[in-house]
Design a protein around this ligand. Sequence first.
Ligand code: FES
Length: 124
Amino acid sequence: MGIPQPAFYILKCEQSAPPGMPKPSCVTPQTQDLFQYLAQRLMQEGIMGTVQPIRTSCMNRCSLGPIMLVEPGHTMYTGLTKEKIDRIIKEHIIGGSVVEEFVISKEFWDEAITPAQMQKQMGR
Ligand code: FES
């Protein structure tokens, strides 16, 4: 048997705006420890490895931040706090049920356009 691949990847936006920049961002002095908290909680639960946390740059949903994306499933969670991370780990990652009340609305996260469809739209 081979080395098992992760069951989940959690992509946490780690983009911070420079001081004085009016644009919102996912990492502020108040939210800068969320990635570390996520990693710590995964370790405490004994599931680090089969759940792989990944730091990413901006995913273009800054006004709803802090955000993170759970794959597989394209599930984006917004307005993260430590309490929300606890529930997402317990209910979604371990329990298997998406925490719908924290999920981004369809208005901001609609169905993906496939690369082939996009090329067609561009007339290629
Ligand atoms: S800064 Fe996180 S989505 Fe843009």
